[in-house]
Design a protein around this ligand. Structure first.
Ligand SMILES: NC(=O)c1ccc[n+]([C@@H]2O[C@H](COP(=O)([O-])OP(=O)(O)OC[C@H]3O[C@@H](n4cnc5c(N)ncnc54)[C@H](OP(=O)(O)O)[C@@H]3O)[C@@H](O)[C@H]2O)c1
Length: 172
């Protein structure tokens, strides 16, 4: 691989990830590999296995009032966020408090099959929505694997297009 190509895919600036240490672990590592610094916030972010000096864990609970200030302190250290990946159990509650920290960052928001799109204005030019569905097989339906979820999220991070991962029909 040429050095130029390596440089082109390894520099994404500064990234914020919330809720990326479970099913999105592969997408989180993909972003850490390509970002100048990546702030990763979850309750046990400091236990996430990531041997990379550019990984900045913030162990914080989004149900706790200190969540936004703890994430904000980390962002002050690393500089303005250029992209964010958000997987939140209650996006309508958490996103408004995160918006001031996001500035003009591009945001990929992951929504579960039954999660409604948050009833808050999301700038369509900045927000890419990734909806999780399920997979139809010859023996019925199955849920997405973690690899399928991370692959779809990485595709959305790359092209900025909202998408459904899997087949939503029958889930609505
Ligand atoms: N097809 C679908 O629609 C769909 C939708 C949802 C889930 N699923 C499946 O269900 C499984 C479990 O889903 P899951 O929601 O448990 O996802 P998960 O991605 O495995 O874990 C949730 C993520 O959010 C963080 N988190 C949870 N509560 C938090 C809090 N209060 N404050 C801060 N961070 C918090 C967790 O880290 P910490 O534990 O460190 O806080 C983790 O990073 C997954 O394996 C997935 O395959 C499928």
């Amino acid at each position: 691989m040429s050095q130029l190509f390596t440089m082109a895919i390894t520099y994404l600036g500064t990234t914020l990830i919330v809720g990326g240490t479970g099913m999105l672990a592969s997408a989180t590592r993909w972003l850490v590999d390509r970002s100048e610094r990546t702030v990763v916030a979850s309750r046990r972010a400091n236990q996430f296995t990531c041997d990379d000096a550019r990984f900045v864990p913030v162990s914080a609970d989004w149900k706790h009032p200190s969540f936004v200030s703890l994430v904000g302190e980390a962002i002050k250290e690393v500089g303005p966020i250029q992209q964010a990946l958000l997987w939140l159990h209650d996006p309508e509650v958490i996103i408004p408090s995160l918006l001031p920290l996001l500035g003009t960052a591009r945001v990929v928001l992951v929504l579960g099959s039954r999660q409604a799109q948050p009833a808050i204005p999301l700038d369509a030019a900045r927000f890419t929505i990734v909806r999780l569905a399920s997979v139809t097989t010859s023996s019925g339906r199955r849920w997405l694997t973690h690899d399928e979820i991370s692959e779809g999220v990485i595709a959305a991070l790359q092209d900025g297009h909202s998408r459904i991962i899997g087949d939503i029909a029958g889930l609505q």
